[in-house]
Design a protein around this ligand. Structure first.
Ligand code: BTN
Length: 358
């Protein structure tokens, strides 16, 4: 084991007691400078380590690692039978796409502790400090028509929404109420009180009438505090920790989300997507609200979001016309200030200059 791993192990063993830098250095047979460097690396990886003069170091929190040995035992009975864990990668969607192209089986899960070039919709980036969030991508090979693929976003959004709502409800003493604040914002976000908690990015390879594979990428803010978000997103982003008031263990949350996706996927393939659509409608942060629509070509317009179409499109009645329009791809802002429509930029997303083609 390297010095970083040995320091972490020794601090974990120390529990609540401080371990001096000198003792660590002597026990591990390294210099005090090497111990200090290892402490910095552990902090960069998301560990919270208290340092007190003349007393030494104490581990207050270490992120759990969502690797195969931790995650797989909770996935029995789901199609997710292969977990590829990467401590650092460019983008789990890119790795999952490479694996899908190379023939990876349905149910392959790619998860990373840190992405150097995490991607969101419309070439935006997805940023998350090491160890703080969940960033994963799933390879699926569904026998559905390509027209139905926009619905796959809801598999992940609904499963994340439910898992986080349960954590929020535990905070509130177990009351699960319909008006709970964790909601699905069309097309691909999970939000709490309008702030983005999670984004979903689906990419696929298909012919006109057949899907070869699709990759569902999920970025969930778990243990970030507000200061961890880039300054321009601090007003728009949130995390499980912020909404529940306590840190969450990522592994059980991840297992619950994967089990939730598996259950919804199974039902959708067997019985169609009506049930998933109903759940998405029920917990929608968009339907029934005045919305601003920003289309890919920059066209902006306003209206009222009425419903979801069976293919997942958002049905919007434009403010200047009576007939609903089906919106398939757009950024949606809920209750915009019509003089200065902000909030259109998806939270936790910044421009990504990495230029990774999708
Ligand atoms: C969005 O909000 O536009 C979607 C964000 C999706 C981010 C996730 S993180 C895991 C996976 N890998 C990526 O590069 N993107 C997705």
């Amino acid at each position: 084991m390297d010095t970083v791993g040995s320091v972490l192990r020794r601090l974990t063993r120390g529990g609540d007691t401080f371990v001096s830098g000198q003792a660590l250095a002597e026990e591990l047979g390294v210099s005090r400078n090497a111990v200090w460097k290892a402490i910095q690396v552990l902090r960069e990886r998301g560990c919270e380590i208290e340092a007190a003069p003349r007393r030494g170091y104490r581990l207050k929190w270490a992120p759990d690692v969502p690797d195969e040995s931790a995650v797989l035992p909770g996935l029995f009975g789901t199609p997710f039978s292969r977990v590829v864990y990467l401590s650092e990668t460019s983008s789990t969607n890119d790795v999952a796409k490479q694996q899908a192209r190379a023939g990876a089986p349905e149910g392959t899960v790619v998860v990373a502790d840190y992405q150097t070039c995490g991607r969101g919709r419309r070439s935006r980036g997805w940023v998350s400090p090491p160890g703080a969030g969940l960033a994963f991508s799933l390879v699926l090979r569904p026998s559905i028509h390509p027209r139905q693929t926009p619905l796959l976003v809801f598999l992940a959004a609904a499963a994340v929404r439910q898992a986080v709502a349960e954590l929020v409800s535990r905070r509130d003493g177990g009351d699960t109420v319909d008006s709970e604040p964790v909601a699905i914002k069309w097309p691909n976000d999970v939000v709490v009180d309008g702030r983005k908690l999670c984004g979903v990015l689906v990419e696929l390879n298909a012919e006109l009438d057949r899907v070869h594979w699709c990759v569902i990428g999920v970025g969930l803010n778990v243990n970030q505090i507000q200061a961890d978000f880039p300054p321009d997103l601090q007003e728009q982003a949130t995390s499980v920790r912020i909404v529940t008031g306590r840190r969450a263990r990522r592994v059980p949350l991840f297992q619950q989300i994967l089990a939730g996706i598996a259950q919804r996927y199974d039902r959708a393939l067997k019985h169609g997507f009506a049930e998933l659509l109903a759940e998405t409608r029920r917990f929608s942060a968009t339907i029934g609200h005045d919305v601003g629509i920003l289309e890919a070509d920059g066209k902006k317009w306003y209206g009222r979001a009425l419903d979801l179409a069976p293919d997942g499109a958002l049905l919007v009645r434009p403010a200047d016309r009576g007939h609903p329009v089906a919106v398939y791809a757009a950024d949606v802002s809920v209750r915009p200030d019509r003089t200065a429509p902000t909030g259109i930029v998806s939270a936790t997303s910044t421009r990504c200059d990495c230029g990774v083609p999708t």
